[in-house]
Design a protein around this ligand. Structure first.
Ligand SMILES: Nc1nc2c(ncn2[C@@H]2O[C@H](COP(=O)(O)OP(=O)(O)OP(=O)(O)O)[C@@H](O)[C@H]2O)c(=O)[nH]1
Ligand SMILES: [Mg+2]
Length: 353
């Protein structure tokens, strides 16, 4: 939705300072930014290992224009920029929950559930058009009687009905024959609802944020509560002062930290580390991935020539005071390609170049 605080959230996450103004459709061209994922383990590990450089995980964000009712028929800025969403791995759907009579709402007023429905309807309509085009083609081809195509057309019909009934593609089950089509759909993407609340509702939430949380749960999505306005103020404060301020408000972490944590849950990610004298780097990995896949995150040569990995928990290495001492204390174990990497593991990969 326009004017709900997307660019304000984006700015506080990435410090890019995209234009955020009190009128709808401030953003037309997408803003691109990179956010650094805060992780206390990284600095500690880097100094234990003696790395000259610490490289955190980063997340690329794209701040886009708002969608209004009828966007699929050209209302507002239309839905031409849905392409920007298609290129992303996940969606953070910012929902206005703050009350401020100075900030105009493009529809009737603060109505989180209504806003979510409006935006999701537009996304569903776009997906529906994709599925219908696909169905038309497959249906025609299925006239040949080829079993695979007939089956595919049947599942596509079921998918069309699923979307028509207002359900996101992400909750569509038994989709194997149409997996490729589903992968192109916007509503198949992992979604994080961001309830942009008043400062005073940050700690306990309110009826508006409760609406968002309820809807997210029903859809198998995640929800976080933050105040974009507060987030902006905090991002400009020194760390200690920011902490004090948060405590005063009765919250433990910044909205951004919650946002990142929720994204990790949503995308089922873990963090592992690689560390040598040159650099110590935090990296993300899909939960359940093997050491060989992790090696591929560092370099494809490491994946192809993978021999083994020395693995230690970051805390053990920090406590021991580096790799050599951790090895001496038997805190490092040698693992093969199928070892399932755990959050907080530090990997030293041996490979054939
Ligand atoms: N009171 C209050 N105002 C906010 C909050 N977040 C954003 N705003 C204000 O709302 C207006 C719109 O914010 P933007 O960040 O530009 O909203 P947007 O969703 O990017 O808007 P478009 O790009 O036009 O779609 C600005 O005047 C912001 O200062 C908030 O948490 N509380
Ligand atoms: Mg904007």
């Amino acid at each position: 939705m326009p004017n709900v605080g997307k660019s304000t959230v984006f700015n506080s996450l990435t410090r890019v300072y995209a234009e955020a103004q009190n009128y709808p459709f401030t953003t037309i061209e997408p803003n691109l930014g990179v956010a650094v994922v805060p992780d206390e383990r990284l600095g500690a590990l880097a100094s234990a290992v003696g790395s000259r450089r610490a490289v955190p995980v980063t997340v690329d964000f794209v701040d886009i224009a708002g969608l209004v009712k009828g966007a699929s028929e050209g209302e507002g800025l239309g839905n031409q920029f849905l392409g920007h969403i298609r290129e992303c791995e996940a969606i953070a759907h910012v929902v206005r929950c703050f009350t401020d009579e100075n900030v105009a709402h493009v529809h009737e007023g603060v109505d989180p559930a209504g806003d979510i429905e409006t935006v999701n309807t537009e996304l569903l309509l776009a997906d529906l058009a994709t599925v219908e085009r696909r169905l038309e083609r497959t249906g025609r081809a299925a006239k040949s009687g080829e079993k695979k195509l007939v089956e595919e057309a049947k599942v596509l019909e079921r998918l069309r009905d699923h979307l028509s009934n207002g359900n996101p593609a992400r909750t569509f089950g038994d989709r194997e024959p149409v997996e490729e089509t589903v992968a192109t759909l916007i509503t198949a993407k992992s979604t994080l609802y961001v309830a942009n609340v008043d400062e005073s509702s940050l700690a306990e939430g309110d009826s508006y944020s409760a609406e968002v949380e309820k809807l997210a749960e029903r859809e198998g999505a995640e929800a976080v509560r933050l105040s974009a306005k507060l987030e902006t103020e905090i991002s400009e404060l020194p760390e200690a002062e920011a902490k004090e301020y948060l405590e005063m408000l009765g919250v433990e972490s910044t909205g951004f930290e919650q946002f990142i944590r929720a994204s990790y849950r949503l995308l089922d990610l873990i963090t592992f580390f690689t560390a040598n004298e040159k650099e110590c780097q935090a990296r993300t990995l899909r939960n359940g991935s093997t050491a060989r896949t992790a090696a591929g995150k560092v370099h494809t040569d490491m994946e192809h020539g993978f021999i083994a990995a020395e693995v230690g928990n970051w805390k053990d290495i920090v406590d021991a005071g580096g790799w050599a001492k951790a090895r001496e204390g038997a805190k490092v174990h040698l693992e093969g390609r199928d070892y399932v990497v755990k959050d907080g593991d530090v990997l030293l990969i041996r490979f054939n170049a």
